[in-house]
Design a protein around this ligand. Structure first.
Ligand code: 6PG
Length: 236
């Protein structure tokens, strides 16, 4: 399923309304966040327009991926979320389960696996998030699984250590085993630079098989796009 919005703001409002309903329907909502520019824009809208309406204490926050840096580093996905969202809403610290990017990379992976095992409800032998937010890079990566390491997607482990292809930065990432087991996945994709990959993946053409983003299950996923990212789609 996909939805195309006039602006990032409209996209953010759609997601905000979804989150509001989810917290009204359930007493605990498990969500995995992503880094990137689109979530940042969404967090800003959530902080301004949903700070009072959403019951933030019902949300249990995790991440789909994290860079192996200190939580105060400007590259940290946790730091971005804290600055754009957590600092502005009523969250109980106990509901925030971050990836400890400050540890040695392998230790950070082990630590996060334990965090998932101890804190996320399991169904069919694996942790199940209610909501999984994903972005897609211009190269077709998602979470921190990049095309050159596409095999990590099929790992038997809940998390893996991945590496950025250009900078070599280590990252902790969830694998397909957890991502595709989520109740609902939102792909947040905005901007002209994503248009080609969106077209290739959604229409299963070109090099789509080389892109980790193409391995995300289609049955429980909604693509939330702006007009720029969706400009090459022939069906609308
Ligand atoms: C990260 C992300 C990553 C991101 C995409 C899209 O930590 O880098 O989780 O997968 O979502 O790179 O990023 P943009 O929205 O900035 O294009």
């Amino acid at each position: 399923m996909h939805k195309i919005f006039e602006s990032k703001h409209d996209l953010a409002r759609y997601f905000g309304d979804y989150l509001l309903n989810a917290t009204q329907d359930k007493s605990e909502v498990y969500i995995a966040l992503s880094g990137g520019s689109t979530p940042k824009a969404i967090f800003e809208v959530l902080a301004k327009e949903y700070a009072k309406s959403i019951d933030w204490s019902k949300l249990y926050f995790f991440w789909g991926d994290e860079r192996c840096v200190d939580p105060t580093d400007s590259e940290s996905n946790f730091r971005m979320t804290r600055e754009y969202l957590f600092d502005h809403v009523e969250t109980k610290a106990i509901n925030i389960f971050r990836v400890k990017g400050e540890l040695e990379p392998e230790e950070a992976v082990e630590d996060y696996i334990t965090t998932l095992e101890e804190n996320v409800p399991f169904t069919n032998g694996r942790p199940q998030f209610d909501i999984m937010l994903l972005g897609m890079g211009d190269d077709g990566h998602t979470a921190s699984i990049f095309p050159h390491q596409i095999g990590l997607w099929n790992s038997d482990n809940l998390c893996e250590l991945a590496q950025h292809p250009d900078s070599g930065q280590f990252r902790v990432t969830l694998t397909g085993k957890v991502i595709n087991h989520s109740r609902h996945i939102f792909f947040l994709v905005t901007g002209d630079n994503k248009a080609d990959k969106v077209d290739e993946i959604m229409n299963q053409k070109g090099n789509f098989k080389q892109y980790p983003a193409a391995l995300v299950s289609t049955s429980n996923t909604t693509w939330l796009m702006d007009k720029a990212a969706a400009q090459k789609l022939t069906f609308k």
